[in-house]
Design a binder for this molecule. Structure first.
Ligand SMILES: [Zn+2]
Length: 297
């Protein structure tokens, strides 16, 4: 169980957090369903507007807000900022073909991620992993293997903090330090960022955008963290996917690793071509830093 506490906060910040701790706990109890279990992306479309200090005092990892699948919110990206730099080849899409991006969050975990990679290798499929900086540092061999196999290694923050509850400097540090950890291992700087819990605001978009990163959400939520059931994960994915969807899963669960082979076979049987998130997005043009993408449609 990771802890988000005490990471590079100034004494003033810690003091402010402590000051509100009693109010915080009470408010957090009212506002959130507190869970010690896993807490993955929960279809949050935006950060809660109230009780931020309360939630901060309660600890970002204690918030678990299962909620319905998000309605994809396609946005018309403003084309003014500089494009995200990427070294991968320009993907080409063929009319009539169906494309899908599988994405895996929260890893790597040497055991479960290793199993996912074995299956990807067997199935000759490439996906996008949104990894945590602190895990990347510990599991550099797994990250290297992801990258060497042609998968995309993208940024999911340093320690899965609920970033919209933190000052902008913390947002910036988490994104920058994770990019640096990934680059040290793969030689490539990520260009895509997925906010933990799907929680975003304008400040986070700005912090990501300033570092040349586009925000990538999802359009199909397998809710694998909730069901912990390989059959359900495979069935949900097969039932919901459509052309240009972005599917979210978590390679930290054994049940998800169990489902991946079926997920891929179902997609292939359905005529889908599996591509990385960057490849999918670039079929519509280069992703714009600070812009949000829910699918490749
Ligand atoms: Zn996550």
């Amino acid at each position: 169980m990771r802890s988000d506490k005490g990471r590079r906060f100034s004494p003033l910040y810690i003091w402010a957090s402590s000051l509100f701790v009693s109010i915080g706990i009470a408010a957090a109890l009212m506002s959130f369903s507190i869970s010690e279990g896993d807490h993955r992306e929960t279809a949050l479309l935006s950060a809660p507007t109230g009780g931020n200090l309360a939630a901060l005092a309660a600890g970002p990892d204690k918030n678990d807000l299962p909620s319905p699948r998000p309605s994809p919110k396609p946005t018309a990206p403003a084309r003014t900022p500089a494009p995200v730099q990427t070294s991968s080849p320009e993907p080409s899409s063929s009319p009539g073909k169906k494309y899908i991006a599988l994405t895996f969050d929260d890893g790597p975990n040497p055991e479960t991620t290793g199993r996912v990679l074995d299956i990807l290798e067997e199935q000759n499929a490439r996906v996008t992993f949104f990894v945590l900086g602190e895990s990347a540092k510990r599991c550099s061999e797994t990250i290297k293997r992801m990258s060497d196999m042609g998968n995309e290694v993208a940024n999911h923050s340093w320690n899965h903090a609920w970033l919209t509850k933190y000052p902008e400097k913390e947002m910036t540090d988490q994104i920058r330090d994770t990019n640096a950890a990934i680059k040290e291992i793969t030689g490539k700087t990520p260009t895509l960022f997925r906010p933990p819990y799907g929680a975003y605001d304008d400040r986070l978009r700005g912090a990501a955008g300033k570092q040349g990163m586009a925000l990538v959400m999802w359009s199909v939520d397998t809710r694998d963290w909730e069901s912990r059931d390989a059959d359900k994960v495979a069935e949900k994915c097969a039932a919901e996917v459509a052309d240009r969807d972005i599917v979210i899963m978590h390679d930290t669960h054994g049940t998800t690793a169990d489902a991946v082979e079926r997920v891929i076979k179902n997609l292939k049987d359905g005529g889908f071509t599996i591509v990385t998130a960057s490849e999918l997005l670039r079929m519509n043009g280069v992703p714009v830093p600070g812009e949000m993408y829910w699918s490749g449609a």
